[in-house]
Design a binder for this molecule. Structure first.
Ligand code: PHE
Length: 405
């Protein structure tokens, strides 16, 4: 084993200038908390699966959606981006946003990464469920690992129209982006409307099954590189609109590239944490990773449809410490600091805010000041304990070449 090699999921990888995955983050691979019986993410996952099993059955009454919830999270750049028509210069590909293993491989940033390969294998109706990884800010709703459910449903002409004179495609196979929210150039408006209706009906039904029957909701136009038209579904919860999912009519080029030339499809993707936090009133995303029985027992042996309200074990006090430093030479993004702090401070860190940014008028050097909020989920932290961690973080940035102010 050379020093430039490392092993992940029994596979050898070569480090390069893209490598930015941390040991802390690779430690989450394989924990599969969304499959553990007492984890609230598992309850939400099961409710979504049950909804699809019940809504879509064949003539014999058997579910037609297949479930893929054990695909390994290491994917290549083709799966995560290229197969979904994500442009080469799209910001979601940036090193500052993803955990790259090297130039070619990364931890999937969305479950949509598996869409194309599953279509290629001949599936028409499927759910893809698993852990996804993104470099992001640190607060009560963001964590470097979270969980998504994606779905795809493909429909042929005879499945959506009984009249032989109606068609899915017009003008041959023109799959050019039209820049038009209404539809892709290759689709007939009537096919798009039928599929759009089924997609929206399915997702409103899902939102009602998860939240309440009379939940207020709204559709917001949006864009994704892999769907057109595209929408977000928002539900009104606790006096505010929250975004629960993204969806749309699949780009026909994705189907064509996967060898499917006679069908039109819809797809959506949703995040499990946000929904579970709303449903069970879970105040902090770190709790999903807690092994503490005070947390897990509240979700143990429950019926998936039970109304559960999480009662905080107790709120331990926060401890805030600031850290200012001149940025190290070369590339440095706030996400680099967040990863470093997370690697050292782990789940004791509740939030990190960039509270001040200063550029020296003469030297042009830039300094950042971060406010780190420490709070243990299960006990009170002393300033002494916090001081030790805070100092290690300061030492860590020094090693990157930063100067503490
Ligand atoms: N992959 C998108 C996301 O992570 C969600 C999505 C999936 C949107 C499929 C449209 C279709 O936000």
């Amino acid at each position: 084993l050379k020093t430039n090699d490392f092993i992940l999921l029994n596979q050898n990888y070569l480090k390069d200038e893209y490598t930015n995955i941390t040991d802390k983050v690779s430690g989450y691979i394989g924990r599969n908390i969304y499959l553990q019986s007492s984890n609230p993410l598992n309850l939400v996952r099961q409710r979504i699966v049950n909804y699809f099993y019940k809504k879509y059955v064949n003539r014999r009454g058997n579910p037609i959606f297949s479930i893929h919830d054990n695909l390994p999270p290491i994917v290549n750049v083709t799966q995560n981006f290229d197969s979904l028509l994500i442009p080469k210069d799209h910001p979601s590909r940036n090193k500052s946003d993803c955990y790259y293993i090297n130039k070619k491989f990364l931890l999937r940033a969305h479950m949509t990464a598996h869409q194309s390969e599953l279509i290629q294998s001949g599936l028409n109706n499927f759910l893809i469920i698993g852990d996804v990884y993104r470099r992001d800010e640190i607060d009560r709703t963001h964590y470097p690992v979270f969980h998504q459910v994606d779905a795809v449903r493909l429909r042929s002409k005879t499945q959506i129209f009984s009249d032989d004179n109606l068609h899915i495609f017009e003008e041959g196979t023109n799959t050019a982006f039209t820049g038009n929210q209404e539809k892709q150039a290759c689709h007939t408006l009537e096919a798009v409307k039928v599929v759009e209706f089924e997609l929206k009906d399915t997702l409103v039904g899902l939102a009602k099954a998860l939240f309440k029957e009379n939940t207020k909701y709204r559709w917001v136009d949006t864009t994704f590189p892999f769907t057109q038209p595209s929408w977000e579904l928002e539900v009104f919860h606790n006096e505010q609109w929250i975004e629960v999912l993204g969806c749309g009519i699949m780009q026909q080029a994705i189907l064509n590239n996967a060898g499917v030339h006679d069908k039109i499809g819809w797809a959506f993707g949703l995040g499990l944490e946000r929904i579970a936090m709303c449903l069970y009133q879970i105040p902090d995303i770190r709790l999903f990773w807690s092994c503490d029985s005070g947390f897990l027992n509240q979700f143990k042996n429950k019926n998936v449809n039970d109304d559960i309200v999480y009662t905080p074990i107790s709120q331990y006090p926060q401890c805030k410490n600031d850290l200012s430093f001149w940025l190290p030479p070369g590339e440095f993004s706030a996400n680099d600091f967040y990863d470093l702090a997370r690697t050292i401070g782990g789940d004791l860190i509740e939030q990190i805010e960039l509270i001040d940014e200063f550029k020296h008028p003469k030297t042009g050097k830039v300094s950042h000041c971060y406010r780190i909020t420490y709070r243990h989920m299960e006990k009170t932290l002393t300033q002494e304990e916090v001081g030790v961690i805070h100092k290690s973080i300061a030492d860590g940035v020094k090693e990157l070449g930063a100067t503490i102010r």
